[in-house]
Ligand binder design. Structure first.
Ligand code: ADP
Length: 497
């Protein structure tokens, strides 16, 4: 017995469909066979009747009715059917079998033949013998105006027996086919159910936290895909756990370095007795390290806001060319230290987009900061602006250390760093990517190890003709949410994500 479930459903449906189809074919087939056999007999009897009708004209009427009937019988009797000649009331006057009852024949072919004057058929059981027969009857016009009926009767018992044999044989064939269908159905159901059960067992283990188990077996089609997706999910979970562990260790390191420095200097200053020059240096370091910690915590907060879809954007018209100039000023000191040159190349005058100026600044600051960080000394970074089919393409090209193909696929993953020794959280590009997506833009990275990296941000070009800004301002009028630190001026448009 098949257990309740998808397997049983498959077998049942498969079985029912095939069973109904076979039954339909069987019924049609049996009807066709019956019609074929009966038609053959009917055609034979009809041809006898036609001959009888023609002969009735030429058979000598003789001196009496008896003589006429005997002449007819001699001439027309057949070995394979009984010929009866009846009077207009259905009484058998003469029969080739020699048997005649006093009772008139009362089957439906008699009144039909009399009424229509053509050939009438009747199939049923002989009243006297109970034998199944077919009777074909027509009227005969005798010269004297007397109406006779010629009736050929033949047994259909053999034909019926043959039809029964055919029915039984075809039923047996159907039974065999159904058994085969059942076996194939169970096999098919098992081939689906077994992998599903295996996948369920593996996913139950994974749900308990065992990510080392995998769906084994070479399953085909959707089940194969399901298995490999589950395996992929487990690998991703293992990988992201690893990344998270790495992140915790790197963030602890990142936090400890400035804290150690702050602690050291504050203790030193607390002990007193230092000259103003040294005190100023210590305070400067404390301030710088505190700033670094604030930056780090802000990055984490941004990331968490983005994760929870709570990032608010203050939308306005932003000119990317001006924004990039500002970015260059921001990283100038850092670039100067490495003698790295920054240059803007713009194909047009205006590259306006609709976005949050601070967040877009964060996007480009992170990209340009990375470019400076991973550039060689005395190299050039090009900030290129171009328009393309309703988009602004802003790319930052450096000729620094570059990233190999394998790592390039993962640099936008959160917490991922090619080299964890270099500082940073590995969140920069993950945040950048999400911010660009919030602006309905795209970010692409191309890089070659040892050659350099190009990061391209595609943002929708602001169509200055559109009343986008006015509409947005009208919608945002007087919103209480403008009170937060990201709110900017009250007239600006804010978008909550
Ligand atoms: P982080 O804040 O640690 O810099 P990011 O997400 O900004 O994190 O960058 C992830 C990693 O991608 C970096 O650690 C670095 O290895 C690599 N990377 C990013 N930009 C560049 C670049 N321009 N050249 C080479 N490597 C880069």
């Amino acid at each position: 017995m098949i257990k309740k479930g998808i397997g049983r459903q498959i077998v049942m449906h498969y079985f029912i469909v095939v069973f109904l189809a076979l039954m339909l074919v069987e019924v049609v087939f049996l009807f066709a066979m019956r019609a074929y056999y009966y038609d053959t007999i009917y055609n034979m009897l009809s041809s006898y009747i036609n001959v009888t009708v023609r002969s009735a004209q030429i058979v000598s009427t003789g001196n009496s009715e008896r003589e006429y009937l005997n002449n007819m019988m001699d001439r027309l009797k057949r070995p394979d059917a009984e010929l009866q000649i009846l009077d207009g009331k259905g009484k058998v006057l003469i029969s080739s079998s020699g048997f005649k009852s006093d009772k008139p024949v009362q089957t439906s072919d008699i009144p039909q033949a009399l009424a229509s004057g053509s050939i009438a058929k009747w199939i049923g059981r002989q009243a006297t013998t109970g034998e199944p027969v077919m009777a074909v009857t027509t009227t005969l016009q005798q010269g004297g105006g007397q109406i006779y009926l010629a009736r050929f009767v033949t047994s259909i018992e053999k034909v019926n027996q043959r039809l029964t044999a055919i029915t039984l044989f075809s039923m047996a064939v159907i039974a065999v086919v159904l058994v085969i269908v059942l076996i194939v159905g169970i096999g098919l159901a098992n081939s689906i159910v077994r992998p599903i059960n295996n996948i369920i067992a593996v996913s139950a283990q994974m749900a308990k936290g065992r990510f080392d188990v995998r769906v084994e077996g070479d399953y085909r089609y959707e089940l194969g895909e399901m298995g490999s997706t589950l395996n992929y999910m487990a690998e991703e979970i293992v990988r992201s756990n690893q990344i998270k562990d790495d992140f915790i260790s790197s963030i602890s390191h990142e936090l400890r370095t400035p804290l150690t420095s702050i602690k050291g200097w504050s203790e030193t200053l607390d002990s007193g007795g230092y000259d103003p020059e040294e005190t100023k240096l210590g305070m400067g370091i404390i301030s710088k390290e505190t700033q670094r910690l604030i930056g780090l915590v802000e990055e984490l907060l941004d990331f968490s806001k983005l994760q929870q879809n709570e990032m608010k954007l203050t939308m306005e018209r932003v000119e990317l060319k001006d924004l990039l100039k500002e970015i260059i000023l921001n990283v100038w000191a850092k670039a100067e230290l490495k003698q790295v040159q920054l240059r803007i190349e713009a194909e047009n005058d205006s590259f306006a987009v609709y976005g949050d100026a601070n967040r877009l600044k964060q996007v480009f600051l992170n990209i340009v900061d990375n470019a400076v960080k991973f550039s060689h000394e005395n190299s050039l970074i090009v900030l290129h602006l171009a328009r393309e089919d309703g988009w602004v393409r802003a790319s930052v090209r450096d000729s620094g250390i570059g990233i190999d193909e394998e790592n390039l696929k993962r640099v936008k993953d959160r917490f991922f760093q090619v080299n964890t020794q270099g500082g940073g959280t590995g969140l920069g590009l993950a945040i950048t990517q999400q911010l660009v997506e919030l602006h309905e833009g795209e970010i692409e990275m191309a890089s070659e190890l040892g050659v350099g990296t190009t990061v391209t941000v595609k943002l929708p070009l602001l169509d200055e003709e559109l009343p986008q800004l006015q509409e947005a301002e009208a919608e945002e009028d007087g919103s209480p949410e403008n009170a937060g630190p990201d709110a900017g001026e009250s007239s600006e448009n804010e978008k909550k994500q």
